[in-house]
Write a protein that binds this ligand. Sequence first.
Ligand SMILES: Nc1nc2c(ncn2[C@@H]2O[C@H](COP(=O)(O)OP(=O)(O)OP(=O)(O)O)[C@@H](O)[C@H]2O)c(=O)[nH]1
Ligand SMILES: [Mg+2]
Length: 524
Amino acid sequence: MKYPEIRAIMEGEGGDGSGGDESWEKLADEPKEEPTAVVEEEVKTTVPPPGEKVTSNESANATGEDVAEEASSPIPEDSTLTEGDPREHLNLVFIGHVDAGKSTLSGSILYLMGKVDKRTIEKFEREAKERNRESWFLAFILDTSEEERAKGITVEVGRAQFETEKKRYTILDAPGHKNYVPNMISGAAQADVGVLVISARKGEFETGFEKGGQTREHALLARTLGVQHLIVVINKMDDPTVEWDKARYEECVGKLKPYLKNVGYVIKRDVKFIPISGLSGDNVLKEVPPEKCPWWREYVAQGAHNTVTPTFLTTLDALTISGRNADGPLRVPCLDRYLERGCVVMGKVQSGTLRVGDEIQIAPTKKKARVEEILIGEDRVRSAKPGENVYIRFQINVEDVQKGYVLCSPLNVCPAVTEVKVQLALVDMLEHRPLFTSGYEAVMHVHTVEIEVVCLDLISVMIQGKQLRRPYARTGQGCIARLRMPLNTCVEPFDLMPALGRVTLRDEGRTIAIGKVIEVIQPK
Ligand SMILES: Nc1nc2c(ncn2[C@@H]2O[C@H](COP(=O)(O)OP(=O)(O)OP(=O)(O)O)[C@@H](O)[C@H]2O)c(=O)[nH]1
Ligand SMILES: [Mg+2]
């Protein structure tokens, strides 16, 4: 299936445009260094299970519509705070079809980086064996719940950190199963780099990529959610049906390229390909021995399929992320929050700089508070820049912040509205509801929000390059529509704040449309 509107819709987004190719070349010359491991950490996000009711804006209208509450008194200067680790931070989301090997690769990286000790691995090996899932022991590092280990599938987005000499990384290990796509969306919405894991095993590549497989939907969603760079790992190269076969690698890459191009990736600028085995660790941290894969060295030397670095980790270290604006308006969408000596909000700084002592305002409730503490991993820091995953502590009632609320500066607050004008590409309408019309109901995902919407007005449909008034639109068409949400929701026009202006519409568990906010409609 083709998605002709996507490139047009996402035009002008995704970094520097012209400089992209250059950066690949420049980076190719950078020295390759062995990464080093530091602090151990592993937690799960509390992404709600599929089907759970939207919690995002529950008390948006109930709590102090126009009450701008005063923040508490200034925080005294604390000399124990650090400037934070100067190394750049990247969120990596591992996506792809169920059983492609995302959790195994994530676990393998943590193990190879010294984040997991031998005894723990041996314990996982025993447990995996008892469950008749011998080969799952690395996946158990990230798949921590009983359900995940019993079924051998990821449900919630697993999180873990590791560092190299050059950069700091957070792994977001998304579920591949189609029932958990909302969790995958939540992971991808926070990511800078997508790691699309593809199984090269005979039959598995085919199942994952054909209609019904999650490979396509995940790649499409990652692109819509603003994941700038994609590293496509062709995994399970060690499998007896593959044995590092060059022809199989070429087949997988050759089939993926046109599809990735169609969803809007500029292959030369945005996508890199690498063959690996997450299970044996070949090409993860150390290069695959030439005896196993005689052609890889030559591929790297030639920069075949855009890859000039021999391993997955050197490929990551060579990426440059653009578009981070430390001087822009502060935007930290809340991913989760809990009570601990006040209220602690967890989120990613999407724009602006967050500083201890600053007054912040929470949209849409207009509650104000002063930032008492910022944590990046275990470090208490003075400030946090775009791209950082932070824990922010302040004194406010925990009910006054919800998933989907946005922390802003009182001088520039994110709009919160019940109506938006969006430009959509209808990618995959349901067979029994093939027409997008006024009155159509769906679930909209925008940054960390998941909310029901209804189409109030189908304003126009793109037909032969022209926006025309039509009663309906169908798969493959682009359109402009006005959507209504039941609660005040923080959204911004894509052109002003891309991270808060990308939308995905889903219906009955399927992604039907993707697009961007072109206008937030303030009530008259
Ligand atoms: N031969 C081989 N098997 C692998 C490799 N990576 C993963 N597997 C196997 O593939 C199966 C699924 O691995 P997981 O890591 O759980 O896959 P996943 O992509 O995380 O799956 P979901 O989270 O359910 O989407 C397990 O049996 C793994 O041992 C690999 O590099 N080589
Ligand atoms: Mg998994």
